[in-house]
Design a protein around this ligand. Structure first.
Ligand code: BTN
Length: 159
């Protein structure tokens, strides 16, 4: 049987280090990651009414989910945290991206759709300018005319 020539220990160590740095095998997964650009919507936001929302990290298509705790309600029920679903344009491509999300209220039979844009000022402060449509449930088509409200909310980042 043919034998491989013996390598000095330092040569083996150097070969191992070179191979592992080439593959990145010895690096923690987050070490090479760039920080998220401003207007990445993940995080906690509060609006001018005092409502609070928490948005999770978006996937590659910009789709995110989260939770919304409204400070106000037109329903005659105790307010509860409600699920939100949305999508945003990529802040790495559009520095001030547009987005949309819906909230399916857990404590009423209404739903709200928000559309907006994230703006970053000269200090790096992010603001979400939104308009919303709140759809209430009405018992008949004849009452459809009064079922939708429209409004504006401005959100700032809490963390
Ligand atoms: C309801 O009243 O049936 C559910 C709560 C609706 C809360 C609305 S959604 C638009 C506006 N912005 C908020 O943060 N809360 C209100």
């Amino acid at each position: 049987m043919e034998r491989l020539p013996l390598q000095p220990a330092w040569a083996l160590l150097a070969a191992f280090l070179l191979a592992s740095s080439a593959t990145g095998a010895d690096e923690a997964p987050s070490k090479n990651k760039q920080p998220a650009p401003p207007c990445t919507l993940s995080g906690t936001w509060v609006n001018d009414l005092g409502s609070r929302m928490v948005i999770s990290a978006a996937n590659a298509a910009g789709v995110f989910s989260g939770s919304y705790l409204t400070a106000v309600s037109s329903a005659n029920q105790a307010i509860a945290e409600s699920a939100l679903q949305g999508a945003q344009h990529d802040p790495a491509q559009d520095a001030q991206p547009t987005f949309a999300f819906t909230v399916r209220w857990a404590f009423s039979d209404s739903a709200t759709a928000f559309v907006g844009q994230c703006f970053v000022d000269q200090h790096g402060e992010e603001t979400l300018e939104t308009l919303w449509l709140l759809r209430q449930n009405v018992p008949s088509r004849s009452e459809d005319w009064k079922a939708t409200r429209v409004g504006k909310n401005v959100f700032t980042r809490v963390k």
